[in-house]
Design a protein around this ligand. Structure first.
Ligand code: ACO
Length: 329
């Protein structure tokens, strides 16, 4: 194992101003506040409005906030990774646009696509750059404009998702802190349980794909729910066992926010009390790559140096994983 670790030295977020409430959704599709809250835990979510504003708009603002929090100048950054499934364009990568706009002139930049596990996979990738000695400072951003791929006439998906961006700065440390371990899994979703049918190279955009609404998210909600509950619980327990962590050793579970029932099932399986679980799904819904760093920003003032955090996520791909990190700020 490397004696160099990657610690989080700054966090930042950007949330669009527009609040889409369950009440407003009641006017758009056949749903109700009670159903949404009891089945998902969501009360409201943010939506990015405005012409020509994409994921990079939120990523850039979250990145600047994280750099300020870390006291790091943009030109000190070696690598920028943006986890997203809603890039501004298929190419160039959203990370490249962010690199230019924040003035990270010494960084190279790329996007990483792992749906709701995107931030976890990006964080461990950034950590590996630092542990290998190839980079000293890495900016890891999770940002998604989910509203750009949601069909607001489909009540089974439009209630779930929101838009946001959040970021962390990773820096090297010689202490036994920061990212200690991770476990990631993939099971290729050939059955298309959760996907966006068109817009890629199999079905490029045509008049027909647009008319058939093939550019929106499609998911088999029940099947994904079962897989997510099992996958997130299993991998969280796996990382605890691998690192000899008893429930009382875990200061916080930082779960991906897809559904409150999935979060509760994961915490129960780990033996963790609700009051040690970061939950903000009620305010933001599922913001895909942004949920976990958003939690870190919202709970920052309650975190103490040396706290053991277990970060866990499940998402499209199918992808899932956990990171064990010791808080070092
Ligand atoms: N309002 C009212 N009724 C609804 C709504 C709604 N918004 N949506 C569905 N219903 C109805 C259904 O039509 C169904 O009616 P029926 O029984 O008459 O057929 C009934 O409610 C129950 O539907 P289910 O799909 O069984 O509801 P469920 O309890 O499974 O909740 C949900 C649906 C919230 C989507 C859940 O399955 C879920 O959270 N799935 C996992 C999502 C997830 O984790 N995705 C992964 C991350 S996303 C990513 O990676 C990009």
């Amino acid at each position: 194992m490397s004696s160099v670790h990657a610690k989080i030295s700054g966090v930042g977020k950007y949330l669009p101003e527009y609040v889409l409430t369950n009440k407003e959704l009641e006017t758009m599709v056949d749903t109700n506040d009670e159903w949404i809250k009891s089945r998902t835990g969501i009360s409201e979510r943010r939506i990015l409005k405005g012409d020509n504003l994409g994921t990079s708009y939120m990523a850039e603002r979250a990145a600047n906030a994280a750099l300020e929090d870390a006291g790091v100048d943009a030109d000190e950054i070696d690598v920028i990774i943006v986890a997203t499934v809603t890039p501004d364009y298929l190419f160039p990568a959203t990370a490249c646009l962010v690199q230019k706009r924040i003035g990270a002139s010494n960084a190279y930049a790329f996007d990483l696509s792992a749906a709701c596990s995107g931030f976890l996979f990006a964080l461990s990738t950034g950590g590996n750059f630092i542990e290998s000695g190839r980079a000293k400072k890495v900016l890891v951003i999770g940002a998604d404009k989910m509203s750009s791929i949601i069909d607001y006439t489909d009540r089974t998906t439009c209630i779930l998702f929101g838009d946001a961006g959040a970021a962390v700065v990773l820096e090297e440390t010689q202490e036994e802190t920061g990212i200690i371990d991770y476990i990631h899994h993939t099971e290729g979703d050939e059955d298309c349980m959760l996907y966006q049918p068109a817009g890629g190279s199999v079905r490029p955009a045509t008049k027909e794909t647009v008319e058939k609404d093939l550019h929106y998210i499609r998911q088999d909600g029940r099947a994904v729910f079962r897989k997510a509950t099992e996958g997130m619980s299993d991998v969280s327990l796996e990382i605890m066992k691998k690192n000899d962590l008893a429930p009382q050793d875990v200061a916080w579970l930082v779960p991906h926010q897809a559904n409150l029932r999935i979060i509760d099932a994961t915490a129960r399986r780990m033996g963790i009390d609700r009051n040690k679980v970061m939950i903000n799904i009620d305010k933001y819904g599922n913001t895909t790559s942004a949920t976990i760093p958003l939690c870190l920003v919202d709970w920052k003032d309650q975190l103490n140096e040396g706290d053991n955090l277990v970060l866990s996520a499940f998402g499209g791909g199918l992808t899932w994983g956990s990171i064990y990190l010791k808080w070092a700020m």
